[in-house]
Design a protein around this ligand. Structure first.
Ligand code: URA
Length: 212
């Protein structure tokens, strides 16, 4: 997807917000796939348009479909706990969105057609926000950018070279962690904690560089 990014370099926060609102408006009326028939509302984003980190999840669930805000259900609450623990501010440091913007019935995994129909919104969001770090949260988000076969447990936690000037890391999806409670060393929750600590370290480096 790298070559598809539009260069909106150096845009200030207000310009980004305006561009994102325009895209959100278009998205809210989208009928490009069948999910338009069953959604309550499109779920575009949460957090700051000027954030250094963009977190991309899978798709809205029931709570998100009802509220129009990504990651507000149980998975989102668990994500919030991890963010708080590592000192990452959800509203200031993060721009949160999903691979697709409408809830699939029964929360099934989005189809390739649905992902393709929604791709322009995601590319638009990345192009406008221009984050320094992208977190691919779970297999669906990771598969959108990494074409070869992989298991999320094998690639998570590594900095990936996918986009120029954007550090990319795949992390576990919090829904998976809701089914895995252990915090023992080496457990999925323990690894998530370590990955986000690494992300926070990278964020601090980026912020320090920006002020020098
Ligand atoms: N899971 C996701 O991937 N995204 C959400 O917004 C909520 C749950």
């Amino acid at each position: 997807m790298n070559h598809l990014l539009i260069d909106v370099k150096c845009a200030d926060a207000d310009t980004k917000l305006k561009a994102l609102n325009e895209l959100k408006n278009v998205c809210s009326q989208c009928r490009a796939c069948e999910l338009a028939k069953t959604r309550t509302t499109t779920v575009f984003s949460d957090g700051s348009p000027d954030a250094k980190i963009m977190l991309i999840g899978e798709a809205p669930g029931a709570d998100e479909d009802a509220s129009g805000i990504p990651f507000v259900g149980r998975a989102g609450q668990l994500l919030n706990e991890f963010l708080q623990e590592t000192g990452i501010d959800r509203q200031k440091d993060l721009y949160i969105c999903n691979t697709i913007k409408c809830r699939p019935p029964q929360n099934r995994v989005p189809s390739n057609e649905e992902k393709l129909a929604c791709q322009a919104y995601l590319i638009g969001q990345i192009s406008i926000v221009r984050p320094k770090i992208i977190l691919l949260c779970g297999s669906t988000a990771a598969q959108t950018f990494i074409k070869q076969e992989f298991k999320i447990s094998m690639i998570r936690g590594k900095w990936l070279n996918i986009f120029d000037n954007i550090e990319v890391m795949a992390i576990f999806h919090p829904s998976y962690l809701l089914r895995n409670h252990s915090m023992e060393q080496g457990s999925p929750r323990w690894l998530m904690q370590k990955d986000l600590e690494n992300v926070k370290k990278k964020l601090d480096e980026i912020l320090t560089k920006a002020t020098i």
